[in-house]
Write a protein that binds this ligand. Sequence first.
Ligand code: AGP
Length: 610
Amino acid sequence: MCGIVGYVGHKDAESVLTVGLQKLEYRGYDSAGIALLLPSGIIVRKKAGKIRELISSLEEDPLPKSTIGIAHTRWATHGGVCDVNAHPHVSQDGLFAVVHNGIIDNFSALKEVLEEEGYEFRSETDTEVISNLLERNYKLLGDLKGAVLKTVRELKGSFALAVLFREDDDLVIGVRKDSPLVVGLGEGENIIASDPVAILPHTKRVVYMEDEEVVFVRRNSVDFYDFEGNPIQKEVKILDYNEEDAEKGPYPHFMLKEIYEQPRVLAVNLDMYVRDNRPVLLKDLNLRRLLLNRSRVVIEAAGTSYHAGLVGKYLLETYAGVPVEVEYSSEFSHRRLVADSKTLVVAISQSGETADTIDGLRHAKKHGLDVLAIVNRPESTIARESDYVIYTNAGIEVGVASTKAYIAQVQVLTLLALELAHVKGLITDDELEYMISHMKSLPRIVEKVLSLDAHVEHIAGKIFRSTNAMFLGRGINYPTALEGALKLKEVSYMHAIGYAAGEMKHGPLALVDDNLPVIVVNPKSSVYELTVSSTHEVASRGGRVISVITEGDRRMAEISEYKIHIPDVPEIFTPIVSIVPLQLLAYYVAILRGVDPDKPRNLAKSVTVR
Ligand code: AGP
């Protein structure tokens, strides 16, 4: 939920750190700060507000130059949004400066002990406890490494840290426990960050830290230890994407760029997972073993990934005959798990760092269950801790609202369900090849839907002043309605609910009046007729129907105020095609309401707190 960067090298640290923060801003943007180490000691500049507030302050009142520092962009957890609570936090006597991503669960108890020893606190944050604990332990032991190890063992909770030590101008200390931290290896310079996107401008050589590891980063050396102080050898990886992947390019916002990248994402996964018109995921015997002979699948995920899981349920049950439950990770991981060894848990996550979903994965592992992960970010915690991972290959997704990653998740689940059905003899060779041949046309079909951009923007202009909206879908497109509602609410702040169309008459119909936009997802499908009836229920009560329907559909068109026509595709692919106009609708409503869709208030891209 926060972004941290640390740098030691030969470049201007302020520039490296502020550019790094801008690349991490999607992780949180309540406040931002920087600490530099100078011969005179540690100096700090920190501001509430977005990173541009900090940069303006640095431009107006420059700091002295330095080649070593740390920086932070915050999503507030403990303590309000204000300058004093912004990171970095400096220890009482100025020995240490700390930036932190995560939550210290035992900070109150530690704070009490430190206050009894005479430490005074300036902020309400849990992080300030870490800087004072480091200082107290250093003064106690007189040894830096010992003080760091003692401190990290005393902390409970999740923490990725970057630390400056006043007495050493060639050292940035990094710590990782339950929050991501990556080390970039340069020439005469090294950098640590929450996400490789902040490292990419300097080097593609990285080391992904694991939990309970400490790293001492110097200009010409990087030394890793476990929390017991034992040296650790780490594998160097090479980042497989380029800087422009993490840039907006010609687009005004990452969200729009990533919506437009969806045809390419679909094509990449077809290239990765289809050979000779057949899915090849289950060619991997490890995955085949994991999936076959399962009595039940439990999908655990959060937010948009949870909606992809709901589509997965329809797909796996309808085609592969596997009973599937879909659980919010935050619920699943705290409930008694009634399961036997034939239950497979599937963790779906774009970031692979969502704390709730990590908890769900660990909950399953604790019960001895196998876990399959469907993840976008390579080397992420969920990817590393699962028994098998299928990557969604959507590339870097910066916009807080997940778009291309969602479509990639649904595409992978579709391929998995079809291939599993075929392996189980539930669909024939011809049926499989028919489906895959249609899937191959999806990149072109989604391109065609994107050409409706202006039309969707026009519709956004008709509803953006509304205070509420309702999304309806049925069957395999019930999750599409939920996802469309989440997109709209999270980027435009318009209250929106997604509902099963058949549920309207059981209560929500009372909400319908002539001010309520009701977006009905009803492409040609096995539940089309039923959803036409649901739409009549809405239209006859004055609801303003906006429908996502198949080209040529007149019956729905007659009862819709606005229509968005999508190409005719087999029902199984309608979740992929139908969500695109809803993503665009959310984007344009946000713009019309003056909201930055890339950085909606209160949210962050990767929810690494519980
Ligand atoms: C998606 O638009 C939201 N920003 C959010 O619900 C997200 O899907 C959720 O936090 C899960 O994230 P993950 O896929 O990285 O685990």
